[in-house]
Design a protein around this ligand. Sequence first.
Ligand code: ATP
Ligand code: MG
Length: 365
Amino acid sequence: MNPFRFGAIVEGEHFTNRRQEIKELVSDIESGQNVVLISQRRYGKSSMVNKALAGMDIKSIRLDLEIISDEIDLANAYVKKALALSPFEKLKTYLKSLKIQPAMEYNPATGEMNVSFSPTAADKSSVIAESLELPEVIAKKQNRRIVVVFDEFQEIRRISPNLEKKMRGVFQAHQNVSYIFIGSQESMIRDIFQEKKNPFYKFGRQKVLGGIPEKEMEDFVLKRFASAGINAVGIVKDILAFTGCHPYYTQQLCHELYITHEKGLFRRELIKEAIGNIVIQHNADYKRWWNGLDNTERKIVIGLAAGGSAVTSQQFIQKYGIKTVSTSGSAIGRLIDKGIIVRRDKNAHEIEDPFWKEWIISNRN
Ligand SMILES: Nc1ncnc2c1ncn2[C@@H]1O[C@H](COP(=O)(O)OP(=O)(O)OP(=O)(O)O)[C@@H](O)[C@H]1O
Ligand SMILES: [Mg+2]
């Protein structure tokens, strides 16, 4: 079996490090502190929260806002998740006291109850507000803290323009639920929690999740390869130099290396071959990302692929034919929001996906 996993939440032997971050998160949860967790895409936020909760004797629900369409969809999903917190018999009394009665249906295939609201427009607001109360009601009844995790929380603004205000209005009275908000669109998450004018201003302690230290990543890669009987000592540094120790891209490259390796010896040249395979596999996506960029954005990306990093400098702007500093500035902002480039430090940016960078380089050669 391939010893590397990428894409979904990882746990057990597929998860490494994050000891300090988990310790902090656990202590926040225990003290009833709400937490806002930010990082660039695929740094391991969801896996880290999952791991922290798995090690605690505490009930939790996790809702990914990315897959929610509107407020009623959210209410349905929320109530369904909350049902897992308490035996249905006990919850029934509470559900009966709701102003708007949900339809309840037993699903014999899964053995679960399905609860769904289909309110008239006028009832919409109370449906969402009452659903959001459910975890607090259950926590109070059971006399124990419950954790609610919202993943991709920046999506709240797409779901409905007033949802932020409604949610905050409900959550602020909750004494028995700890909320964890995970976000990957940094500027929007910062706007939600750092701007005075917004309802969630200072609602939780903010934590920025950084990368995994090189030594840890190196040990992890060696251990995983070793579990499959492979000695990767000779190539691990080259792997990490390409992925920049990024947890997702490191697992992606190693996963491909393992597949490629089955066909031959484990040589250094294999890294190139594995990168090439990944670039080919994702050609359609990479092309689509490229075609989604306007001309200034393309110039910035070309400059970064060619090894530049100071995208705001006069020299860069001139070299890549960008009109003005301000055109470049707004294009950089858009590229960051789309997750295409990331800021390494104040004056240096880079392309987020090293494989896409490789695709650009090889297509322009
Ligand atoms: N601690 C870790 N150890 C090893 N690999 C990890 C770790 N954290 C994340 N990964 C790798 O990164 C991938 C993405 O992790 P995860 O989904 O938890 O990140 P995320 O930050 O929630 O991503 P997204 O921005 O897409 O929501 C995992 O599938 C795994 O390959
Ligand atoms: Mg996630």
